[in-house]
Design a protein around this ligand. Sequence first.
Ligand SMILES: Nc1nc2c(ncn2[C@@H]2O[C@H](COP(=O)(O)OP(=O)(O)O)[C@@H](O)[C@H]2O)c(=O)[nH]1
Ligand SMILES: [Mg+2]
Length: 365
Amino acid sequence: MKLIIQIPCFNEAEQLPRTLGDLPREVPGIDVVEWLVIDDGSTDRTIAVAREHGVDHLVRLTNNKGLAAGFQAGIDTALKLGADVIVNTDADNQYYGPDVAKLVAPIIEGRADMVVGDREVSGIEHFSPLKKALQRLGSWVVRQASSTSVPDTTSGFRAYNREAAIQMMVVSKFTYTLETIIQAGKMLVAIDHVPVRTNPKTRESRLFPSMGAYVRRNGISIFRIYSQYEPLKVFWSLALTIGLAAIVVWVRFAVAYAEGNGKGHVQSLILGAVLFIAAVVLWALGVIGDLLAAQRVMTQRTFERVRRIELELGVQPSHYEPGSARAAATTDGGDAAPRAASPRIATLGGAHSEDPRREGERVPL
Ligand SMILES: Nc1nc2c(ncn2[C@@H]2O[C@H](COP(=O)(O)OP(=O)(O)O)[C@@H](O)[C@H]2O)c(=O)[nH]1
Ligand SMILES: [Mg+2]
């Protein structure tokens, strides 16, 4: 069984050595542990540092595309490199490296397809009360939308087995953490969570430079993701609220009219009409959103199958480079045509790629 630990990086030359120093090379139940760094257009020595510290694989995006895009590129590459299990961790040594073993245990035991590391946020000292409150609210909303019980939904310390990784498709630009949980909850993915330890803070968050940014981005993300996946609930409850307001205003007018004072309340009649039209528009948006959500499920299923075909064909990962000298020795490092890539990936891919149709594995189409 092969585990690939992936680390999305944007200018992490300073923190990366400590993070890598903490990562395990041996994990119980796993035959091979490899490291993959996703460099998202760093302008510092991130790549050189990764090579010097023995990182096996590199994905080098030419310019900065953001964490969600980097994460997706990493998952895609890890799958093509034949990973059976993929762990994602932060480059700032936020998560305690040796806990990778705890994270993958439920997957190895066959109890889960995806495991989210729970930082037990209420106990983290450097999180402000506001950040904790928002974290709790966000996690609650995500649990509702995903019908799961993940306590720490924004945690970046996670493990996925091959099935969970194949089914995942991140669209959100800012955050993949919430979206992947909601997707997993709606697909054939069993989610579990385990408590993990965190290290003392090494630097300020790159993703959320200020508390305001944290509240704004997470708030918007939660709303967008929830309304993408549950459009009827969101738009129809808004439509109902505004529709009721319209009725209240109209009743007020009707009472005044019955009392012979209708002329003085024409404003109520107009306001009621405006509110009613808004309610109808929201109702229609709910219907359109629902149709789009159904369409999205179809696209996702197609994507999943395309991915399985790509893996069978041995299509090359994009923006891939071998990492350290040890890894480079096992490959030509060139950019061959996709079909020709097959043997090269097989060299890197180990047991899985040599025999992708293992017993019990689902065959596409
Ligand atoms: N690919 C990519 N990774 C990023 C970017 N910004 C931050 N990261 C990485 O995302 C991870 C989480 O960032 P961090 O600043 O620790 O955020 P926090 O843990 O949410 O406070 C780290 O590994 C960063 O290197 C980016 O623009 N692109
Ligand atoms: Mg971090």
